[in-house]
Design a protein. Structure first.
Length: 385
């Protein structure tokens, strides 16, 4: 698939990253709206067979493009049996032109990352591991229906460290119902005592149909107030900054030299290929997603694309702006003008004037000056309008 003259507007059109989706989990978290589920007997074997087939087909389609990084996400990739990830990466490298020493990341949950699996991942060439904690509070973990305890997380980090991982990331949720500032301080205190290089701090999104949203709608749970959620975020930014973590994207913080290379490609509007159930892709000026229907994917993985959308110059411009404004670096105006053959400052003169007058942006590298999630999203929406 090829967009009309659009591939010239993306970063490195001859390169792309690869995302591999593993949809299986031990249990479904109360807030999760992702493509994930608890597998039935035989599902994993069927899925891996289909996934390998899709990889073979896509590798032939995009044989001229180099894979610069690989991200194995989910779901919970660490739920797969021993050696499954090692064999998967061997298969990928035998089919695609993968950059030597390119970044490879895997997501893991504390309850399913064993000492043996951590060693397997490191031996497979994975050098970055992202472990989902969300909170150190077992009370909150239970509320979220997370299948692990804080002690499990401590052991998981220990296993990764012992296996040789230097780049270890952890996920934290902000704005959980009943979560207090003391809960958050306790979580960050513990994380900052661990050998972590990266922390992702996400605001809880109440997705329709999830158990936690249903509990709130029925009055069984009281949602976290917007003011408290914003206070948690401000505290997180300040605390992590003072502890040597640089915020390089709205929700992501790293020690010097340890950003998520794979995710930076998304924010820089690089090309990415997704394989597996429900994965998303953007290659040659075309966006699409894979089917969410497990039976359909298993039956026909080579023809599972849905929601195909050919990008236009206008959508390319808007995506460039929106993604850049999520980053600490902001939008490179000179690069924007050169890429699109236009003047950003002239195109959005009125919007820029409004934002400058309200001290919401800086013009030198055109970035946001606010931390608040809601205000940040509102600012980005100004450009869409």
């Amino acid at each position: 698939m090829q967009g009309q003259n659009i591939s010239q507007y993306v970063e490195d059109p001859d390169k792309m990253t690869l995302y591999v989706h593993i949809p299986f989990c031990v249990s479904k978290c109360a807030y999760c709206d992702f493509c994930s589920f608890v597998p039935s007997h035989g599902d994993i074997a069927k899925y891996l067979q289909a996934l390998y087939h899709e990889i073979d087909v896509r590798a032939l389609e995009y044989s001229h493009q180099q894979i610069t990084s690989i991200y194995i996400g989910g779901g919970t990739p660490s739920t797969l049996h021993n050696n499954a990830i090692y064999e998967l990466l061997q298969h990928i490298r035998s089919r695609f032109a993968v950059l030597y020493n390119g970044s490879v990341t895997i997501e893991a949950n504390p309850n399913s990352l064993t000492r043996a699996k951590a060693k397997e991942y490191f031996d497979a060439g994975i050098r970055r591991i992202s472990i989902g904690l969300q909170s150190h509070s077992n009370r909150l973990l239970h509320l979220l229906n997370r299948p692990h305890s804080y002690r499990d997380f401590v052991h998981a980090v220990q296993y990764a460290d012992e296996a040789g991982f230097v780049d270890i990331s952890a996920d934290v949720l902000l704005g959980i119902p009943t979560q207090t500032m003391q809960d958050l301080r306790g979580t960050l205190d513990r994380l900052l005592d661990m050998p972590l290089t990266h922390i992702s701090a996400y605001g809880l999104i109440l997705e329709e149909g999830t158990p936690i949203t249903n509990a709130i709608n029925s009055g069984k749970l009281i949602p976290c107030s917007e003011s408290l959620a914003n206070k948690m975020y401000d505290y997180t930014v300040d605390r992590l900054h003072k502890s040597g973590f640089y915020r390089y994207e709205i929700s992501n913080f790293c020690r010097s030299g340890y950003p998520s290379v794979h995710n930076l490609n998304y924010w820089n509007r690089g090309q990415y290929l997704g394989v597996g159930l429900g994965s998303h892709s953007f290659v040659n000026g075309v966006h699409w997603s894979n089917t969410l229907d497990f039976a359909k994917y298993i039956k026909n993985p080579q023809d599972c694309r849905e929601n195909v959308e050919v990008e236009t110059i206008e959508t390319a411009k808007l995506e460039t702006i929106m993604l850049a404004l999520r980053t600490e670096a902001g939008l490179d105006i000179k690069k924007y003008d050169s890429t699109f053959g236009t003047s950003f400052l002239n195109e959005y003169r009125d919007t820029i004037k409004f934002l400058l007058n309200n001290n919401l942006i800086t013009i030198n590298n055109f970035r946001l000056t606010v931390n608040d999630f809601n205000i940040s999203n509102a600012i980005i929406e100004h450009f869409v309008r």
